[in-house]
Design a protein around this ligand. Sequence first.
Ligand SMILES: NC(=O)c1ccc[n+]([C@@H]2O[C@H](COP(=O)([O-])OP(=O)(O)OC[C@H]3O[C@@H](n4cnc5c(N)ncnc54)[C@H](O)[C@@H]3O)[C@@H](O)[C@H]2O)c1
Length: 288
Amino acid sequence: MGDRLTGKVAIVTGGASGMGLATVERFLLEGASVIVGDLNAENGRALLAALKNAGNTENVRFTRTDVSVEDDVAAMTDLAIESFGRLDIVFNNAGIGGAFGPITEIEVDDWDTTFKVLVRSVFLGTKHAARVMIPQDEGGSIINTASIAGMGGGAGPQAYSAAKAAVVNLSKTTAVELAANDIRVNAICPGIIFTPLMHSEKPEQAEEVVRELQPLRKRGEGSDIASMATFLASDEAQFVSGQEHIVDGGMLAAGPRVQGRFHNSRNLHRMVGITYGSTGQQASSRRL
Ligand SMILES: NC(=O)c1ccc[n+]([C@@H]2O[C@H](COP(=O)([O-])OP(=O)(O)OC[C@H]3O[C@@H](n4cnc5c(N)ncnc54)[C@H](O)[C@@H]3O)[C@@H](O)[C@H]2O)c1
């Protein structure tokens, strides 16, 4: 595809499925060497087999990793150095839907597991990446998958949304801390992306939600997140750090969706003109 990541070494967690998998494929096409860390060894093996068929296994390794366990994250980071000699990019992306249900019923263990997989993982991924990148002294790019659920109250369960909000803030605080070492840290906030996690084998339901709530007609795919991750990983983004990058087909921009709901604004798209509020001046308009 290109050479935007030529010579760079990347770790992608959750790389055996969904947007992580799409990013692994894109990073390889852009010239990077990639360590894929995922809990699902079966999917990891399937990924390696597919890459082998495509004649591309030289620059990729899979390691079964639980991103919430520090020894696993340290071993995954060590594997990057052992295999490819350096580390430039870490995409902390693995995730689960986590605890759901009424706040009055959620079990503490389920809450804690959600935070371990979604937040502790990003802390550990960042900690071990920085331990390698700082002495390497050539900067680096850390990218964390948050969610539009972390930016408001209406897009996910409580634990998931709160955890993703924590990921956004952790991205900002570590971006400030690591800037002195030219290490950039950014969060990606996906909207509805058609991956196994999101549609849980009921894509038609997800498509209905998208039709109603998402301004752009295209449905979100893993490749849309891979595009943003590739930009943030590349030197093209060398002045971009500490931000949340929303990739949601315009969903958050549509905001409260009040427009068009009042009786007299239903025909707005068929009229053009100006109103003057309480000034006493007459509104003027014409029908289109
Ligand atoms: N799909 C969406 O609409 C959407 C929207 C916003 C954010 N996200 C986030 O995007 C990220 C990727 O999700 P996806 O949609 O590609 O889902 P996915 O289920 O297709 O992929 C997630 C991967 O993470 C792995 N994983 C889960 N827990 C792990 C652990 N403890 N250690 C290592 N690997 C683990 C899974 O095995 C899986 O391969 C997640 O952080 C998710 O919360 C997804």
